[in-house]
Design a protein around this ligand. Sequence first.
Ligand code: MN3
Length: 200
Amino acid sequence: MSFELPELTYAYDSLAPYMSAETLEFHHDKHHKAYVDNGNKLLAGSGLEGKSLEDVVRGSFGKNAGLFNNSGQHYNHIHFWNWMKPNGGGDTLPASLEKAISADIGSFDEFRGKFIEAGTTQFGSGWCWLAVKSGKLEIMKTPNGENPLVHGATPILGCDVWEHSYYIDYRNRRPDYLAAFVDHLINWEYVEEMYRKATA
Ligand code: MN3
């Protein structure tokens, strides 16, 4: 099965002013598309053609750097678009998720602080995450196209801290971008859906 670029489920200008149409046009139409196109070229003949995307990511890690980088970024971005929605974010969470964050992280405010800190302190390009590992929620950060799948965990929320995700709108103010992501963009229903699947 080859990789395909998914359509955004919201209008390009609907996340403004927190993420502009210009950012989404470049990020989705150019950057994500390049991961899909390059990933498909590298998938051919890799021996992983029939596998699920998750298995391609895990199976190429440490073995086929080109395929790993592109398939990892394809996986990360498919979810990244769904981890956002117009009028999202804030501290009103589905009950099961709020309970799990309180139990495993401490409180919503602790989650918010640690998630933003993980994204701010990721040196260079990468991602910060809320992931399920051994049944518990954890804040993680990874470089480049890596994600929790290759560290024995399942991501349920991630924020792209590559400069292409925020430089048009925030220039070098990565912490402000991360705060806007948490306060105004997160699609908590999708996070909860991934949490339920990860803990089923
Ligand atoms: Mn990106």
